[in-house]
Design a protein around this ligand. Structure first.
Ligand SMILES: [Zn+2]
Length: 128
């Protein structure tokens, strides 16, 4: 069986270095201490499921995990379009999460651990 080609260590490093270890979408940076190296992922600008090239550098972008997840399989004409879409998705996800938290907390608000919410929002890229 033919093995599915994927992003290798070399492509991953070149992509991160080219993008200065910064998420191209939210612009948070490892070098500025806003992200850890482990938060970085390689995004396929044109998604694999739509025939995007799996490891050609031109199709690879440095993205934090949060932005990569929010971008999903959507496609865009420009980086600004992608940024706008991701920000909208982030706002929707944050609102949904806050709604869920409020529902779960109910009238025991005093017992709610705000640190948890902060951690969740940070993972989503809402807080820094
Ligand atoms: Zn990001």
């Amino acid at each position: 069986m033919k093995r599915k080609p994927t992003v290798g260590k070399r492509e991953r490093f070149i992509t991160y270095a080219r993008d200065r270890f910064q998420c191209v979408f939210c612009r948070r940076s490892v070098l500025l201490g806003q992200l850890s190296l482990f938060d970085l992922t390689v995004d396929h600008w044109w998604p694999l499921c739509q025939g995007g090239h799996p490891y050609r550098l031109r199709n690879l972008r440095t993205a934090c995990r949060a932005c990569n997840t929010l971008k999903g399989d959507a496609t865009f004409d420009t980086l600004d379009d992608a940024r706008e879409y991701i920000e909208q998705q982030r706002a929707v996800a944050a609102a949904r999460m806050i709604e869920q938290a409020a529902y779960e907390v109910g009238d025991t608000l005093h017992a709610f651990d705000w640190l948890d919410l902060e951690a969740v929002l940070w993972r989503l890229g809402v807080a820094s």
